[in-house]
Design a protein around this ligand. Structure first.
Ligand code: SAH
Ligand code: SF4
Length: 422
């Protein structure tokens, strides 16, 4: 979501006549688009902000802006403590960027209840795959999460705006769109999420549709039927579980039990046997016991996700879980680290096993370009979002091709180009 927000900032700046600097030292404007989901991201930002200070003495014209969720939360404080910062604006105020640059200093962190109507011209670096915002904010208030406080209440963008943006992208040759929202399956404007998907399916030129993130509670049978029926929707769903323990899920305020979750997974696998399911796991949530952790391990073994993102719990000031943390629920760092490496080690084996099961199969791949990791090869992704490297010439870049999988690694597959499907 932040990557796409940065594309919107670039779009605004380009329209104002700005061009991207070759490196930080040459820039007259530096924008930090920050993330506050976990402490680590905040720390990175703070050290970068300190480092950049010197540049201001070298270039008196240089303006520095802090954007994103840290700006939203700590805007005034950042400005007060860092005299080298000129502007601060939150994720709901990106549209004010050009007006802001005409001033000497400004803080824009108020809520924007109409954000869904602010169409911003994104400047995309890629020309094949595009992110599209379909909704903003979140109403879920998972107890550990800062997003509802920084991005505000959930608002869905009118479907017509979304179609227009995708039509334009299709005309420019984009082949794949990824619909973005904190909880895409609760999208609700003049239509619901399945309704939106059906209309996007009909847009000529778009070959693949993806979406992130789906909330397990709101994953409806209607959506499962849509994934099954609509040929352009890719067979991949990111469905964050967070924990296998019902007790922890309740403390997290996730709104589903483990049993609810596996029932949805069962339905998904039954309707769409080839579907890849990925997830997010938080370990070391306040008061998480060895037993809670082993239940999560059991869940990972039993569900066999195609991939996971696993994080150590990070206490975010202002959230409910930060209070639980303060009340003595804090887990020792050593235990959290051990749990995280057990989770990651187990998942590595599962991911490899799942990838190996694809050997000998034919996969549709959208060819993206030269492989970064495998010199001389080209690369793309399967419908299930797995990276495939294979030999082929550049004429197939941008096309859908069939690749036979020959080798499986943890993070990628290797294959042989068979025939072009388009
Ligand atoms: N809206 C999406 C996810 C947004 S944040 C959803 O609900 O699935 C992405 C992931 O970051 C979350 O799924 C969660 O696993 C993780 N996360 C969020 N807040 C966190 C925190 N305080 N500590 C550790 N991980 C966190
Ligand atoms: Fe955060 Fe939960 Fe909303 Fe996702 S659904 S953004 S984890 S509050």
């Amino acid at each position: 979501m932040n990557v796409h927000d940065s594309e919107k900032m670039s779009g605004i700046l380009k329209a104002e006549g700005y061009a991207e600097a070759a490196n930080t030292e040459d820039a007259d404007l530096i924008i930090f688009n920050t993330c506050s989901i976990r402490q680590k991201a905040e720390q990175k930002f703070r050290s970068e902000l300190g480092r950049i200070k010197l540049l201001k003495s070298k270039n008196p014209l240089l303006k520095i802006a802090v954007a994103g969720c840290i700006a939203q939360q700590r805007g005034r404080d950042i400005l007060k403590r860092n005299p080298h910062v000129d502007y601060v604006f939150g994720p709901q105020n990106i549209h004010k960027l050009s007006a802001m640059l005409t001033t000497n200093a400004m803080v824009c962190i108020e809520d924007n209840p109409e954000i869904q109507h602010t169409d911003l011209p994104a400047e995309r670096k890629e020309n094949l795959k595009a992110w599209i915002s379909i909704m903003y904010g979140c109403n879920n208030f998972c107890s550990y999460c800062i997003v509802p406080y920084t991005r505000g209440r959930e608002r869905s963008r009118p479907s017509q705006n979304i179609y227009e943006e995708i039509h334009e992208l299709a005309d420019k040759g984009f082949k794949e769109v990824t619909l973005l929202g904190q909880n895409v399956n609760s999208y609700n404007s003049d239509t619901n999420f399945p309704g939106l998907l059906r209309k996007i399916e009909a847009i000529k030129g778009v070959e693949r549709i993806r979406f992130v993130t789906s909330h397990p509670r709101d994953l409806s049978d209607e959506l499962i039927s849509c994934i099954k029926e609509l040929p352009k929707i890719c067979e991949h769903i990111h469905l964050p579980l967070q924990s296998g323990s019902g007790r922890i899920l309740k403390l997290m305020n996730r709104g589903y039990t483990y049993e609810d979750y596996i029932e949805k997974v069962r339905k998904l696998k039954e309707s769409i046997p080839s579907i890849a399911i990925t997830t997010d796991i938080i370990t070391g949530f306040p008061s998480e016991t060895d037993n809670d952790h082993s239940i999560t391990i059991k869940a990972l073994r039993s569900i066999e996700f195609d991939g996971i993102f696993a994080f150590k719990f990070s206490s975010r000031q202002g959230t409910k879980a930060a209070e639980m943390d303060g009340e003595g629920g804090r887990m020792a760092e050593k235990i959290t680290s051990q749990r995280l490496s057990e989770i990651l080690g187990l998942q590595d084996d599962i991911t490899l096993r799942k990838n190996e099961a694809l050997k000998g199969t034919l996969q549709e791949v959208l060819v993206e370009g030269a492989s970064k990791t495998d010199k001389g090869k080209i690369t793309g992704r399967t419908r299930t979002n797995k990276i495939v490297n294979f030999e082929g010439n550049e004429s197939v870049i941008g096309r859908l091709v069939n690749v036979e999988i020959r080798m499986a690694m943890r993070h990628s597959l290797e294959g042989r180009l068979t025939s072009q499907s388009q």
